[in-house]
Design a protein around this ligand. Sequence first.
Ligand code: GLN
Length: 485
Amino acid sequence: MHSDLTRFSAADARAALDAGEFSAVDLTRAHLARIDAVDGDVHAFLHVMGDVALAQAEAADVRIASGEVLPLTGIPIALKDILVTIDAPTTAASKILEGYVSPYDGTVVARLREQGAVFLGKTNTDEFAMGSSTENSAFGPTHNPWNFSRAPGGSSGGSAASVAAREAVIALGSDTGGSIRQPAGFCGVVGLKPTYGRVSRFGLIAFASSLDQIGPFSRTVQDAAIMLNAIAGHDPRDSTSVPDIAPDFRAGFRTDLTGVRVGIAREYTVAGMEPGVTNAVAAAAKQLEDLGAELVDISLPHTEYALATYYITAPAEASANLARFDGVKYGLRIDGATLQDTYRATRGQGFGAEVKRRIMLGTYALSSGYYDAYYVKAQKVRTLIKQDFEEAFKQVDVIAGPTSPTVAFGLGSRMDDPYQMYLADIFTIPANMAGTPGVALPCGFSEGLPVSLQLLGKAFDEQTLLGIAHAYEQAAGWHKHTAEI
Ligand code: GLN
């Protein structure tokens, strides 16, 4: 019997479960006990699904005994509280959805249930995934497991922290402008944003529908690939999910990078970058070279417009998507004298400040007379950003750079300055605008906090991307460092 069951990757836990070293119930109990012990400090979870998890673990043990296992059978997983589930509340960390329980499961949730995975609970996020620090949650912030006074990143900060604090083996999040990669980076775990269209968005509460994508947080690149295998693929209920059959995302795993061309974009060095980040990422690039890769200088000339384009596109789509929260169909309702008053009171009290800011910006950008000047123009610039990547990927297999310009900043340090907060996503947003995949993975430490390497890949070529990421991870070994709390 292992002394600590919370240190396993999903792949290693699978082998141990199948060998009968411990049961899925043992593994689940260990994670629930860990949540009990540390989540008072971390606050990764908004809702712990203890009874559901134990029932799923018992069912998983029956499957394991019969040999009918899939890769995630019996593996304890955390879900960002923006993925709808029939047996737990889904709030998007908003007062407007407090206590709301969905009548159906989202597609990824349903696929994980079919695998026999174990759901530990729903994790904290910025309200409706709008933010970069998880401080916009209506239910209080999550604390970074490496240093409780630091932000875990966001918006999927609860999911990132749950894996870093060993409360979950894998977690799911969503990435609209960096919300998987940036918190993965701040918390020192692996975070993968798949290609737009790779994973069904059915049952993901919509923020910006043309950008949103679901993906995993994990301890290893292999686990990210295992999770992507489980959730990827066409879904008739999401017309943007691509029809082709998803391959095995581990198929490109390699140890040697001879013949691989790694792009280093000059635009991914900006003023205000922390030297500790610059140095760790430079060392990672050198290590890729030592593994046989060739480093190639490239340019992504429209990068400087990505943030501005995003902050037109995402709020515009959000303003339309969030119109449905009106006190009639879901969650909170504050009755007024007229229907208008009910809408006003419900939305006025239900939404937090950042959500209101986005709805106002987005409504303005879509309004008659401004639509062409803002939204349409942003879509044209978006095409230019996408073309930058297409040009770059004619020369290189992946692009390497920092995930964020800084390590985890202090809780509270950017809340008064939305622009500073938006800058945290300067390197992650371009891939959302282009629809292309990206993975963040640990590449060192600066002042005791994790630094993250971002690798960006070609659309629908997660295999190559993960193959290169796996080679780096195994050679570098940074994934073996864990936050000891
Ligand atoms: N931080 C970005 C925002 O606030 C991205 C969020 C996300 O990817 N969901 O919009």
